[in-house]
Design a protein around this ligand. Structure first.
Ligand code: PLP
Length: 431
């Protein structure tokens, strides 16, 4: 596949935009380099690059584009909202209706606030938890990504309960020392960390189904309930980061799939229908810490803007049909079967984690249940896999730590075309 115009645009981009990208994960650094494909248009399950090449899209904008591109319901909502003006700086009916819609889907959201990104949503839940408990530390799980606020960039310590070191320059040691990191899916590590830091912990923060070292579900059906019970025993609140998971696997939260009730939720991605959004919410008595009712401050010029509210509602209205989720899961299963049989035929070791319409193909033999296992998978093979797929018009994220997202608009024909591409790519990989 030829991409001369992508080259031209990426060269130009690097002269004005730092690194040529507005988010580091869009660069091809973790797939051995290369020029990122520069896209100009999306329609249904397809993206088209500046050279006119067509891609079947499983990147889905890193999750939000569950309705594919330019879905009529989304386009209509955006047009209608634009005609009414996009920002008032006052309360609107749209934010009320949308909050009601979210609470009807996820009743734990007794009170909600809209923000503009998942980063803001998580950052604020942490502030609220600290305000409510009067405590400072936060426990997170290694490899989970919770946006780029300072504290959340602390990824890992050397041992189960060790104090983190900042992974990003510019995050102070003081901030890093407030974060305790443990491996996901290991009850004993969590217990040890809670025993060591319990009385100082404001919150335990978790992606209930991990999406940031690939798709990694809880190790068993009790795990999340145990995380919640253990956290509550030491007086810490529990925050579920459902920025990826909410409305991804069914019309509601991942918490509901496991029958559990965290104290606070952070939401984003899908609920904006492709427009910038974040939201947080949860127990009313905890949320009442937030201004104007309480002493914890959070605000936003663009928060709850009519454009995002009306588009988000349009997206959720489409998703309220449960058959769509069954279809996404079925189509993802077809792709996983195709990948597994192609890998087997070509004697390539892969492990696949799939939940509903989302999955990750890891190159290795070992089951992936935590971040360390994900890091041990074969990065170089993944990089080749990524580029080979891209050359056959299949778009996935340029990182072994991301997921394939099937959308409601992938047809059986798209799935078949992708399955054929997978067969060919595994054949090439074996050469
Ligand atoms: N939380 C999770 C689980 C995420 O995956 C992300 C982004 O990928 C975020 C938070 C941050 O969201 P945003 O990129 O909208 O700031």
């Amino acid at each position: 596949m030829e991409r001369p115009q992508s080259e031209v645009w990426f060269q130009r981009a690097q002269q004005v935009i730092l690194g040529g990208v507005n988010s580091p994960s869009r660069s091809y650094k973790s797939v051995g380099g290369g020029t990122p494909v520069v896209m100009v248009r999306g329609e249904g399950p397809y993206l088209y690059d500046v050279d006119g090449n067509r891609y079947i899209d499983y990147l889905a904008g890193y999750g939000p584009s569950i309705l594919g591109h330019a879905h009529p319901a989304i386009t209509r909502a955006i047009q209608e909202a634009a005609e009414d003006g996009v920002l008032y700086g006052t309360p609107t009916p749209y934010e009320v209706e949308f909050a009601e819609m979210l609470r009807a889907a996820i009743p734990d959201l007794e009170r909600i606030r809209f923000v503009n990104s998942g980063t803001e949503a998580v950052m604020t839940t942490v502030r609220v938890a600290r305000a409510y408990t009067g405590r400072t530390k936060v426990l997170k799980f290694a490899g989970c990504y919770h946006g780029h606020s300072d504290a959340m960039l602390v990824a890992a310590g050397s041992g189960p309960s060790s104090i983190g070191v900042p992974d990003s320059a510019g995050v102070t040691r003081n901030v890093a020392s407030e974060i305790v990191t443990v491996p996901f899916n290991h009850r004993d590590a969590l217990k040890q960390a809670l025993a060591a830091h319990g009385p100082e912990l404001a919150a335990v923060l978790v992606e209930p189904i991990v999406g940031n070292f690939g798709i990694v579900p809880p190790v068993d059906d009790r795990y999340l309930a145990d995380v919640i019970d253990l956290a509550h025993e030491v007086g810490a609140l529990v925050i579920f980061d459902e920025v990826i998971t909410a409305f991804r696997f069914h019309y509601g939260s991942a918490a509901q799939l496991y029958g559990v009730h965290p104290d606070l939720y952070a939401l984003g991605k899908i609920i904006g229908g492709g427009l910038p959004i974040g939201a947080y919410g949860g127990r009313r008595d905890i949320m009442e810490q937030v201004a104007p009712l309480g002493p914890a401050y959070q605000a936003g010029t663009m928060a709850g803007n009519p454009l995002s509210m009306r588009t988000g509602m349009a997206c959720l209205r489409v998703l309220s049909d449960p058959r769509l989720y069954d279809e996404m899961a079925r189509r993802a299963a077809v792709l996983v079967d195709a990948a597994e049989s192609a890998a087997r035929v070509n004697r390539i070791d892969i492990v696949v984690n799939r939940v509903g319409g989302a999955f990750t193909i890891y190159f290795g033999r070992e089951p992936v249940r935590d971040y360390d296992a994900a890091t041990r998978t074969d990065s170089r093979r993944f990089a080749r896999f990524f580029h080979l797929l891209s050359d056959r018009g299949i778009l996935i994220a340029p990182s072994k730590y991301e997921a394939w997202f099937v959308s409601v608009v992938h047809s059986d024909a798209d799935i078949e075309e992708t399955a054929e591409a997978l067969e060919a790519v595994f054949r090439d990989l074996a050469r």
